[in-house]
Design a protein around this ligand. Structure first.
Ligand code: GLV
Ligand code: MN
Ligand code: MN
Length: 420
């Protein structure tokens, strides 16, 4: 076994151990949950930074709680072009143990294999662990990658979490001045001269169906998220007859069915109500307010806007037939992303060497690569997951598939180092 092979073997073993460690870092004992600014998120960031430090990277934290590290191999110094590897370390609620974190840990393992084997390398190699891709706290995704690419918008500082606390207030509580936060982000760490490679579980069934552990994404769907608030009048469930009620829940139910109908109407459309609040949520009280979210996806933003307009018209006409106060807010928009063909070909070729062929797929799930691709070439390696399950506690990728993904990524990084 040569030195690269033996360093790869030990880095692969650590990768599997670290996946097990990370799945235990959660703010809940009954499921995995790491939401930006929570103690579990801080603990995860601390662990990741420790592993980056141990592999000899210079490490950084930013006010948003992104963690990133660089091993500078380039003779031109620390600012020379970077090959970035990584993904996000936050999770959804009741999450799986692979979404996001697998890509971060593969990034660290790639650096370790190269450093430990003393394999010749010419670029600066960087690992990115983004703090918020899922958008659970503020209902807007990609906060971490937006910050490190310089695409963070000042207006997001006013985004509120469910307790009414804004992102700006969270940052100030962390003893950061808003000016410093906005200024730092004007000289982004991720730049046009860099490249980004993200490993991620597929979150769908195609690889499993094609009997392949690995594949590549070629593009990522556009996304829109909205929030709807319906306000009627709370009252006594035992005394008020239907004709005298102004109950928002039956109207919200009609809207939820319209969202579901839209999803069924076309194979390419995804529309989901995943969050619904009934206030005050008591069995003997007629609800006074209902709030819910709509998440929509489509292969391209133009098509998505067309579908979204149709659905929002329908929702407005349902609201107009009621006496409720109706608020409709678009809270998040992400353009579809085309991934870089040259990088994707290199990743696909690495997969072919490992397993004979490499499926090329479209991703309906959102990824940090969508943000990063706006700034520099980006590409994605997809890893088979059992039954295509994700955003679910039973999300599962086998140790063998995770290690194969790490080896394919390492091989691709060594080729990119020589050819870019
Ligand atoms: C992120 O996982 C998303 O696609 O919502
Ligand atoms: Mn996710
Ligand atoms: Mn993810």
């Amino acid at each position: 076994m040569n030195s690269l092979e033996s360093a790869t073997q030990s880095a692969g073993a650590r990768l599997i151990k670290r996946l097990a460690i990370m799945r235990r870092i959660s703010q809940r004992s009954d499921w995995i949950e790491r939401i930006i600014f929570s103690p579990a998120s801080e603990e995860a960031a601390y662990k990741l930074k420790g592993w980056m430090d141990a592999s000899g990277m210079e490490t950084f934290n930013d006010p948003l709680t992104n963690v990133y590290g660089q091993r500078s191999f380039s003779k031109e110094g620390t600012e020379a072009p970077r090959i970035h590897l990584g993904s996000h370390y936050d999770t959804v609620v009741n999450a799986g143990a692979f979404d996001g974190i697998l890509g971060v840990l593969i990034g660290i393992a790639v650096v370790e294999a190269i450093v430990e084997s003393k394999h010749p390398f010419n670029h600066n190699l960087s690992v990115l662990a983004f703090c918020d891709e899922e958008g659970v706290r503020f209902n807007t995704t990609f906060l971490g990658s937006a910050y490190l690419t310089g695409l963070f918008k000042e207006e997001w500082l006013h985004k509120e979490d469910e307790y009414g606390k804004t992102l700006g207030e969270w940052l100030v509580d962390r003893a950061e001045s808003i000016d410093m936060i906005l200024n730092a982000h004007k000289t982004p760490y991720i730049r046009p001269q860099d490249v980004f490679l993200e490993s991620h579980i597929e979150q769908g069934p195609i690889l499993e169906k094609s009997n392949r552990a690995l594949g590549v994404f070629i593009n990522i769907a556009a996304q829109l998220r909205s929030e709807i608030i319906l306000t009627g009048c709370a009252g006594h469930a035992g005394t008020i007859p239907a004709s005298l009620r102004n109950d928002p829940l039956p109207v919200a139910s009609e809207m939820v069915l319209a969202v579901n109908q839209m999803c069924k109407s076309d194979e390419l459309i995804r529309s989901t109500v995943g969050h619904l609040e009934v206030i005050p949520n008591a069995s003997n009280v007629i609800p006074g307010t209902v709030k819910f979210s709509i998440d929509m996806r489509y292969p391209d933003l133009k098509g998505l806007k067309r579908v979204h307009d149709k659905l929002s018209q329908e929702i407005k006409s349902i609201a107009n037939r009621s006496a409720l106060k109706f608020e409709y807010k678009l809270v998040h928009e992400a353009d579809d992303a085309q991934l870089d063909q040259r990088l994707t070909d290199i990743l696909a070729e690495s997969c072919e060497v490992m397993q004979g062929s490499s499926p090329r797929m479209f991703s309906g799930a959102g990824h940090d690569s969508m943000k990063v691709a706006q700034v520099c070439p980006a590409s994605m390696l997809a890893v088979r997951c059992k039954d295509g399950l994700s955003h679910h506690p039973d999300e599962y990728a086998s140790n063998a598939d995770c290690i194969l993904a790490f080896k394919a990524m390492l091989r691709a990084v060594l080729i990119i180092d020589k050819n870019f």
